[in-house]
Design a protein around this ligand. Structure first.
Ligand code: NAD
Ligand code: LMR
Length: 327
């Protein structure tokens, strides 16, 4: 376990301690850098089975008033996790061309299970944000593990779907020649193919889109991950946009912890919709994670049709995750 401390004359404010599990990976490294740059982070704990001492040493040279520490391998999980308030998990295998996210289950479910078990053991009150795919199944895996330990708090478990939101803003912005940072489109349901349901009818600001534009945008958002996987041609999936998206979600979680009002992000959490036990909806964040689930936005006829296709797939994904731990 290595730690790098900077000693400044200014007293360190009581801010947030964040751990990244899978910190040496394609997402883990840029995500850790963005968190290092976030003034709300007081301590950044980098954990991976490879390379973390070097990654942490590198990041520790950035002139920000925070600790950076590293831990490598399961023997150091206790040191990595003790005292952490937010734990982000991008550990796991990414897709190669031709694979679905569900194909990653056999490699990644056990990684998530074991890491979340350690979180439940060493920092049971931490808010957990899961990046690892398949998110639709890995969140239920995590919930069941935490239940086994008797420490599950549904307000504190999130699957990160923020990449779908930034993609929706970007693609609508490109189409209409508007700065994407000014556009917000809720994306609900899940994070894989047809379970990604953009709610174009609730786009803010209100933008006039034809039915065919909505269909094309919906398909593009649903397939955007696959588009990147194909173009990376075997070298993995989205990492940089994902790191940005993950950092936005963790920033929102931290602002919630700090009591900032009106912090809202869509995320995949426990929420019963049409018997799917987990569902991505807009969430109001607060000091304990979910302050209030804002539920589904108003949907158009097309969006209701998209959900009809998505729900059976999502339910299957959820059951797969639950069964993995329970049977
Ligand atoms: P990567 O292979 O570049 O990095 C994964 C890292 O996880 C590696 O450093 C590896 O050593 C580490 N790791 C593996 N097993 C571990 C364990 N047991 N404990 C700790 N660390 C472990 O992959 P990546 O591109 O960073 O993608 C990571 C995951 O994120 C993949 O499952 C990918 O599908 C997923 N992903 C999700 C989204 C999303 O929107 N939620 C977006 C992109 C990628
Ligand atoms: C994405 O949406 O880019 C991620 O889920 C990674 C993938 O496999 O597509």
């Amino acid at each position: 376990m290595l730690s790098f401390t900077r000693s400044f004359s200014t007293s360190r404010r009581a801010l947030v301690k964040v751990a990244v599990l899978g910190a040496s990976g394609g997402i883990g490294q840029p995500l850790s850098m963005l968190l290092k740059l976030n003034p709300l982070v007081t301590e950044l704990s980098l954990y991976d089975i490879n390379h973390t001492p070097g990654v942490a040493a590198d990041l520790s040279h950035i002139d920000r008033n925070s600790f950076t520490k590293s831990a490598k391998g399961p023997d150091q999980l206790k040191a990595a996790l003790t005292g952490m308030e937010v734990v982000v998990i991008p550990a796991g295998v990414p897709r190669k061309p031709g694979m679905t996210r569900d194909d990653l289950f056999s490699s990644n479910a056990s990684i998530v299970r074991d890491l979340v078990d350690a979180v439940g053991n060493y920092c049971p009150k931490a808010i957990i944000a899961i990046v690892t795919n398949p998110v639709n199944s890995c969140v239920p895996v995590a919930a069941e593990m935490l239940k086994k330990r008797g420490v599950y708090d549904p307000k504190k478990l999130f699957g990160i779907t923020t990449l779908d939101l930034i993609r929706a803003s970007t693609f609508v912005g490109e189409l209409k020649g508007i700065d994407p940072m000014l556009i917000q489109v809720p994306v609900i349901c899940g994070h894989s193919g047809e379970t990604i349901v953009p709610v174009m009818s609730q786009c803010k600001p209100k933008i006039k889109l034809t039915d065919s534009e909505i269909c094309d945008l919906t398909k593009r958002i649903q397939n955007a991950g696959t588009e990147v996987v194909k173009l990376k041609a075997g070298a993995g999936s989205a990492t940089l946009a994902m790191a940005f998206a993950g950092s936005r979600m963790v920033d929102a979680i931290m602002r919630g912890i700090k009591g900032q009002s009106n912090v809202i992000e869509c995320s995949f959490v426990e929420y019963n919709y049409e018997e799917a036990q987990y569902f991505s909806t807009p969430i109001l964040l607060g000091p304990n994670g979910i302050e209030k689930n804002l539920g589904l936005p108003k949907l158009s006829k097309l969006e209701r049709e998209l959900l009809k296709i998505a729900i059976p797939i999502l339910k299957k994904n959820i059951k797969k995750g639950e069964d993995f731990v329970l049977t």
